[in-house]
Write a protein that binds this ligand. Structure first.
Ligand code: GLN
Length: 202
């Protein structure tokens, strides 16, 4: 079914995501203002520079609208810098991101000598065999707390993909490989909206 998918277009590789989604027949909107989030079916927060995107999220008034979007149950996917922005805990980001997903992330985790690398990864829930994963100054996921769960790891056990209900965080760049299975998978993970937290008196 054709969906209307937003790609946060403040900085980073939003065009590459756009191309994959369009090749699957979806309508794509580049999102630059919070009001544009309203009538979307799903949202991607792309890779780029997380400090820059975090700054632009704050200066464009996106922080609360993005938190509300995540709570609305619509599929929301952070790739690389986008995964950093979704995390509740990041070890060295100089300002807050969206802070909604129960994961702890370590930025630029793989050091200089392995700035970029590729690996074949099995992703839980994804059919058709492993995906080719491209890592570019990638973060790793240090900890996953319930209800988040790890869905892909490197051979040494390093977590590089996690899911929490309608939220997906992935350290690598599926928009660069010509394999659109993760984009299709992401569009299937919607859930009912979460109830707002109720304060209990006394
Ligand atoms: N190193 C970047 C950061 O910390 C992420 C890299 C990427 O998105 N490719 O924001």
């Amino acid at each position: 079914m054709k969906k209307r998918v937003g790609v946060l277009a403040l900085q980073g590789d939003f065009r590459e995501h756009r191309e994959v989604l369009e090749s699957l027949g979806h309508e794509v909107r580049e999102i630059r203002k919070p009001a544009q989030l309203e009538d979307l079916d799903a949202l991607i927060i792309p890779g780029g520079e997380s400090t820059t995107i975090a700054r632009l999220i704050i200066s464009n008034g996106f922080q609360q609208p993005l938190r509300d979007f995540c709570a609305s149950g619509r599929p929301t996917w952070g790739t690389c810098a986008g995964a950093i922005l979704l995390a509740k805990e990041v070890d060295n980001l100089d300002r807050p991101g969206i802070e909604t997903m129960h994961i702890a992330v370590h930025r630029n985790a793989f050091g200089r000598q392995v700035d970029s690398f590729e690996a074949d990864l099995n992703v839980r829930g994804l059919e058709g065999g492993p995906v080719r994963a491209v890592f570019i100054r990638a973060p790793l996921i240090q900890r996953v707390d319930p209800p988040a769960e790890a869905i892909a790891t490197l051979d040494d056990g390093t977590i590089v993909a996690a899911r929490e209900e309608n939220l997906l965080a992935i350290s690598f760049h599926p928009e660069l490989t010509g394999d659109s299975r993760l984009h299709e998978f992401f569009l299937t993970i919607g859930t009912p909206a979460r109830e707002p937290a109720v304060e209990v008196a006394g």
